[in-house]
Design a protein around this ligand. Structure first.
Ligand code: ATP
Ligand code: MG
Length: 326
């Protein structure tokens, strides 16, 4: 069977280094081998941002520029808009018939995110977003989903939904498997760099912004003086060395633990590593940003292609469920 890749991002803010490590770099590599679909999850963004449609609208194009800047190639990857594929909404409704509320309530990622939101109660759409994510994956019969580890419970649910659907009706859907990227810590030391936690370095950051965020980032609190021995395993800066300078981090660990490498020198090293990563992205970004018509055409043709596939899958699903009346 040929593999097909699908992933996407909530259109809630610009993409950051965590997305790059967790998912984007895998997508860039996978697109060379497999047909790849990249979803701009604007409906899923509404589950927490339904009162901010303008923010979603603005970020749709920003994230598209993020994709193009990291090297997602429109000729290899289909970039498309979730809300413009009504079949995803249809599949969500059909799947929701055989997913229980308790399964969704006990989903660990839903629990963490709902706790972070500070609300006592969950919106119906938010509680159900893992079901809608199963529809995102199955409409194009994706087999590989490159994601961060917070998405694993959702992938497990998607696999269960596929199995259940196939045994209840007809085996028309395909079980997806995840490819899991590393999780990147936030500049504040939170275990996840996240759009909604304000602890991220976005991919479109200027050199000054990167330097400023790294300067302000938390380090080992026990290291008061430059030559105090450090504890790299609790330091976000060390985590960034591991993620972005994999060849050199043993020396950085040693320097930190022995107190021979001070925090500001260590921060200067990672700042320059990040510059090397981000500079080519900035160039690609500005060349696409100067041609908004081309960016729109990429979205229009990607969405058209996704829609064609969605129609085909939906016809099979309707037939499997005896919903093909005429
Ligand atoms: P939000 O806070 O709005 O949910 P987010 O930063 O979690 O935003 P998503 O759009 O929900 O971003 O996630 C898109 C993809 O990026 C998912 O596969 C997720 O696992 C991955 N991802 C997000 N943050 C990180 C991170 N810090 N490290 C690794 N992967 C991440
Ligand atoms: Mg998220």
């Amino acid at each position: 069977m040929t593999e097909r890749v699908l992933t996407g991002d909530r259109v809630t803010g610009k993409l950051h280094l965590g997305h790059f490590i967790g998912s984007l770099q895998n997508r860039v590599a996978l697109q060379e081998k497999y047909e790849t679909f990249v979803l701009l999850a604007d409906v899923q963004a509404l589950t927490t941002h339904f009162d901010k449609p303008d923010l979603i609208r603005t970020h749709l194009r920003e994230i598209t520029l993020d994709y193009l800047s990291v090297g997602i190639k429109p000729e290899r990857s289909t970039i498309f808009i979730q809300s413009m594929i009504p079949e995803i909404a249809e599949l969500t409704v059909l799947f929701s018939m055989f997913v229980t509320v308790n399964v969704l309530r006990h989903n660990p990622t839903v629990k963490t995110e709902s706790k972070n939101s500070g609300l006592d109660d969950m919106y119906y759409g938010f509680l159900g977003y893992p079901v809608s994510q199963a529809a995102d994956i199955t409409f194009c019969k994706a087999t590989i989903v490159p994601v961060g580890d917070d998405q694993l419970p959702h992938l497990e649910l998607a696999r269960k939904i596929v199995r259940r659907f196939n045994e209840l009706y007809k085996p028309v859907l395909v079980e997806p498997k995840p490819i899991v990227g590393e999780r990147l810590i936030g500049t504040d030391g939170n275990s996840k760099m996240s759009k909604s936690l304000g602890n991220s370095i976005t991919l479109d950051s200027t050199s000054e912004e990167v330097a400023y965020k790294i300067k302000r980032a938390k380090t080992d609190p026990a290291r008061v003086h430059k030559n105090d021995p450090g504890h790299p395993d609790i330091c976000p800066i060390y985590a960034y060395h591991q993620a972005f300078r994999p060849d050199e981090y043993p020396e950085i660990r040693e320097g930190c633990e022995k107190g021979t490498l001070g925090c500001s020198a260590c921060k200067a090293l990672i700042t320059s590593t990040l510059e090397q990563l981000l500079e080519p992205m900035r160039e690609r970004r500005s060349s696409y940003a100067a041609k908004p018509k081309i960016v729109d055409d990429i979205l229009i043709s990607g969405t058209q292609r996704a829609r064609e596939i969605a129609r085909e899958t939906m016809a099979e699903v309707r037939e499997a469920m005896s919903l093909n009346y005429f």
